[in-house]
Design a protein around this ligand. Structure first.
Ligand SMILES: [Zn+2]
Length: 84
């Protein structure tokens, strides 16, 4: 009698969607010369898959546009962030 072997393969995929309340403001960016969306450093870091410290380095190197609204937290211009 011939043996028959049956393999059952079950592939599973899990997708985690983490929703956070996005914080951004629409404001005038002097460098772009138009109204843009600006995000705080932590949000900017998430968007480009880097640590928040990297955002401050980009600010120090003038590689992104930024603006202060409360004299403490720089808000990063999204168009300039996308051009990195
Ligand atoms: Zn800008």
């Amino acid at each position: 009698m011939r043996k028959t072997r049956t393999e059952v393969v079950i592939e599973t995929t899990e997708v985690y969607i983490i929703r956070q309340q996005r914080r951004f403001v629409r404001a005038w960016c002097e460098d772009c010369g138009r109204e843009t969306s600006l995000v705080p450093p932590a949000e900017a870091a998430l968007l480009i898959f880097r640590e928040p410290d990297a955002i401050y380095s980009l600010i120090d190197e003038n590689r992104v546009h930024f603006r202060f609204f409360d004299d403490r937290t720089p808000f990063i211009c999204l168009p300039s962030l996308c051009s990195i």
